[in-house]
Write a protein that binds this ligand. Structure first.
Ligand SMILES: Cc1cc2nc3c(=O)[nH]c(=O)nc-3n(C[C@H](O)[C@H](O)[C@H](O)COP(=O)(O)OP(=O)(O)OC[C@H]3O[C@@H](n4cnc5c(N)ncnc54)[C@H](O)[C@@H]3O)c2cc1C
Ligand code: FES
Length: 280
C-alpha cells in the first residue's frame, strides 16, 4: 500500500499529492510516469511524476479531476493509502546538452512541464516558460515556474490573468523577433501541441511533445497507447511519452482519444452517484 503523505488543492479541479514510494523516488526522472490504482476494484490510470524527494522517499503527482478515477483519487486524504503505484514508466525526457529551451505548458500539462523546466534550470540551461490556462481560477504553479524560468509568460483564454490569448502568441512573438531555441518542449491538450508544432516548423526548431493516449498496461503489451509517428506505429508507454512533434499524426491521436467518451461519461456519473449515496 502507498500512503498519501501530503495533499494540496492547487485549484478547484487540480490536486497535488505526495505519495510514499521510496523505490520510485530514487529512480524516477523528469518525463516519466507512474500507473496507479486507487483500490483493488479500481482502473489503472497513468500520471506523470511531478517531482521526487529521494531522501524522504516520496513521489509528487498533480492531477486534474476529469472523470471517475481522478474523482475517487481526489476523495482520498493524507494518511489514506493507494492500492497500487507502479513505476517509473516511460523514457525520461532528453535534456542533456540543451542551452536555450522554451517549455510550453497548457492547463494540467503544466504539471508535466514543470519538472522538465526545473531540471533544465538545474542543468544551467536558459529556460523560457510559456504557460496557458482557460481563466485565472485555473492558473497553477506560478511560483514554481517563476523559480526555474529566466522568462515566464502566462496567458489565459479570457485575459483574466496575464496576457489574453493562447500559448502560441508569446511563442510566435519570440520566434518572429529572432529567438532561436535549441528546442521547444510542449505539453498540454493535443490541439495545443499540434499548433505549437505548426508555429515552430517554419523555423526548423526541434519540438518535443508529450503524448498522453489511453494506457492500460504501460509496458508495451496491450497496444492501447499506439500512435503514428513519422508513418510508423509507436507505443507511447515505452517509446515515449515524448516524440518529435513534427512527425506525430495529431489528427489520428485526437480521433482515437475520443473513442471511449461515452463509457467515461457513464463511469463518471456512476462514481458521482455512488459518492452522493454514501454522503446521504
Ligand atoms: C503518460 C501519461 C501521463 C499523464 N499525466 C497526467 C498528469 O500528470 N496529470 C493529469 O491530470 N493527467 C495526466 N494524464 C491523464 C490521466 O491519465 C487521465 O486524466 C486519467 O486517466 C483520467 O481518468 P478518469 O477515470 O478520471 O477519467 P475518464 O473519464 O476515464 O477519462 C477522461 C479522459 O482522461 C483520459 N484517460 C482516461 N483513462 C485513461 C488511461 N487509462 N490512460 C490515459 N488516459 C486516460 C482520456 O483522455 C479521457 O478522455 C496522463 C496520461 C498519460 C498517458
Ligand atoms: S499502454 Fe499498453 S502498449 Fe502502451
Amino acid at each position: 500500500m502507498y500512503r498519501i503523505v501530503k495533499k494540496r488543492i492547487l485549484n478547484p479541479t487540480v490536486t497535488e499529492m505526495q505519495i510514499e514510494a521510496p523505490l520510485i523516488a530514487q529512480k524516477a526522472k523528469a518525463g516519466q510516469f507512474i500507473i496507479l490504482r486507487v483500490d483493488s476494484e479500481g482502473e489503472r490510470i497513468p500520471l506523470t511524476v511531478a517531482g521526487t524527494d529521494p531522501e524522504v522517499g516520496t513521489v509528487k503527482i498533480i492531477f486534474q479531476v476529469v472523470g471517475a478515477t481522478t474523482e475517487k483519487l481526489n476523495r482520498k486524504n493524507e494518511g489514506d493509502c493507494l492500492c497500487d503505484f507502479v513505476g517509473p514508466l516511460g523514457t525520461p525526457t532528453k535534456l542533456d546538452g540543451l542551452k536555450n529551451v522554451c517549455v510550453v505548458g497548457g492547463g494540467v500539462g503544466c504539471a508535466i512541464a514543470m519538472p522538465i523546466a526545473e531540471q533544465l534550470h538545474k542543468n544551467g540551461c536558459k529556460v523560457t516558460s510559456v504557460v496557458g490556462f482557460r481563466n485565472k481560477d485555473l492558473v497553477i504553479l506560478q511560483e514554481e515556474f517563476s523559480a526555474c524560468s529566466d522568462r515566464l509568460f502566462t496567458v489565459t483564454d479570457d485575459g483574466s490573468f496575464g496576457e489574453q490569448g493562447n500559448v502560441c502568441a508569446p511563442l510566435e512573438r519570440l520566434l518572429e523577433a529572432g529567438e532561436r531555441f535549441d528546442e521547444v518542449i510542449a505539453i498540454g491538450p493535443l490541439v495545443m501541441m499540434k499548433f505549437v508544432t505548426l508555429a515552430t516548423k517554419p523555423y526548423g526548431i526541434k519540438t518535443t511533445v508529450s503524448m498522453n493516449p489511453i494506457m492500460i498496461d504501460g509496458t508495451g503489451m496491450c497496444g492501447g497507447c499506439r500512435l503514428t509517428v513519422g508513418g510508423e506505429t509507436k507505443f507511447a508507454c515505452v517509446d515515449g511519452p515524448d516524440f518529435d512533434g513534427h512527425l506525430v499524426d495529431f489528427d489520428e491521436a485526437m480521433s482515437r482519444s475520443r473513442a471511449y467518451a461515452a463509457f467515461e461519461r457513464h463511469a463518471h456519473e456512476e462514481t458521482c452517484n455512488l459518492f452522493r449515496k454514501e454522503e446521504n
